[in-house]
Design a binder for this molecule. Structure first.
Ligand code: PMP
Length: 403
């Protein structure tokens, strides 16, 4: 039951597809058109455990009868426990809870500035970022994102960001100056087209940060919580950051974000330095705890890696069979991109006609983000649907060539 922009009361800031959903279960979304759709968007990397996972539902129901909210002025044993578990699983010593990806990145940016302030270097405020990045839509994270297409109409971007070509180490070395505070990067760009430089680039960034006293910030809002086949993508790079943003899959669909920090990077952070009314909300914390419970079961990530390999192989086969439609498979884990030869919106529409939901990224890429709990049979089902969409589009392409 879609409504046109003129009749909807929602701000028309999303190009909403002509399909509506009211219910989800596992990897499936049920449309108001009576159809069942295979959801390879996962709410854009959020529903990592699929829709309405029974463990998450139970955690939410249980918490709903205990406590919904209390001020961050009081101690929260549940929040402490979740923070301790995230630290146990990562490089971090401290966690700040917030409500979204942009807020988690904002927190990391503020902490980087505050770190240098507390070390007697308040002039160190600038942050090096990279082309193709996506860090959010608040004014600060928008400036960090830096792309004209997101900035247009919002006036001067906030000062303090130096955006460089992705993977260009010489440019990074040149850009580091006496006012540089930090380097901010996604281990694997999601919105930017499922792209990443070599692991050696991240190791070099780590060395440069250490040599110049800078903080290394990884934005793992999209890659974190299992998406690339490890709990955190940095674990596969062999490089740990000083600060890391998380959100999306952390709450499995319940809004929660987090900024993870080393004790050193948290130097000087004291009561009142930062805050959030809803951050660490008990309902969100309960669901995030259940997400961790499920993901930390033995074999969970091995299974994700196995399915990733399988899906990549099958996708490569489709690319080979349909060179008029697709040219490349990219990505890690279950954050995969198909570089399209046809306009990617046409492919996304053709896939939707086959009841397979995907989302675009970067320069003509179609992103596949299945829930991590997807079965091999469901992957096969998706490949069949992709194959059919490619046959349709290849037919159109051939017809156009013939005209
Ligand atoms: N960082 C990255 C890497 C993201 O992919 C996103 C969302 N696509 C964000 C930040 C912003 O997250 P949110 O929409 O929750 O503010």
């Amino acid at each position: 039951m879609s409504q046109s922009a003129s009749t909807s009361h929602l701000l028309p800031v999303f190009a909403r597809a002509d399909v509506a959903f009211e219910r989800g279960e596992g990897v499936w979304l049920y449309g108001t058109d009576g159809e069942r759709y295979l959801d390879f968007t996962s709410g854009v990397a959020v529903n990592a455990l699929g829709h309405c996972h029974p463990r998450l539902v139970a955690a939410l129901q249980q918490q709903a009868t205990r406590l919904w909210h209390m001020s961050n002025l009081f101690k929260s044993p549940d929040g402490e426990r979740l923070a301790a578990r995230l630290c146990e699983q990562s490089f971090a010593d401290k966690v700040f809870f917030c409500n979204s990806g942009a807020e988690a990145v904002e927190c990391a940016l503020k902490m980087a500035r505050h770190y240098h302030f507390s070390k007697g270097a308040p002039e160190r405020t600038r942050v090096i970022t990279f082309e193709g990045a996506f860090h959010g839509r608040t004014l600060g994270t928008l400036a960090a994102t830096g792309s004209a297409k997101y900035l247009e109409g919002y006036g001067q971007p906030l000062e303090g960001f130096d955006q460089l070509p992705l993977g260009d180490l010489d440019a990074v070395k040149k850009a580091i100056g006496p006012t540089t505070a930090a380097i901010l990067i996604e281990p694997l760009q999601g919105e930017g087209g499922v792209r990443s430089p070599e692991p050696a680039f991240f190791r070099a960034l780590r060395e440069l940060c250490d040599a110049h006293g800078l903080l290394l910030i990884f934005d793992e809002v999209q890659t974190g919580m299992g998406r690339t086949g490890e709990l955190f993508a940095y674990q596969r790079l062999g490089v740990a950051p000083d600060l890391m943003s998380l959100a999306k899959a952390l709450g499995g669909g319940f809004p929660i974000g987090a900024c993870l920090s080393t004790a050193e990077a948290a130097t000087g952070m004291a009561p009142g330095a930062h805050g959030s009314t809803f951050g660490g909300n008990p309902l969100a914390v309960a669901v995030a705890g259940a997400v961790l419970d499920v993901m930390l079961q033995p074999g969970f990530f091995d299974d994700v890696k196995k399915k990733s390999l399988l899906l990549k192989q099958k996708l490569a086969g489709v690319v080979d069979r349909h060179p008029r439609v697709l040219s490349e498979v990219r990505g890690e884990g279950l954050l995969l991109g198909l570089k399209a030869v046809v306009p990617s919106p046409d492919l996304i529409a053709a896939l939707r006609a086959e009841k397979l939901l995907t989302v675009g990224a970067g320069d003509n890429v179609v992103r596949l983000l299945p829930p991590l709990i997807v079965s091999e049979a469901e992957l096969d089902e998706a490949i069949g649907r992709l194959e059919r969409a490619c046959v349709t589009l290849a037919g159109h392409a051939a017809q156009q060539e013939a005209v």
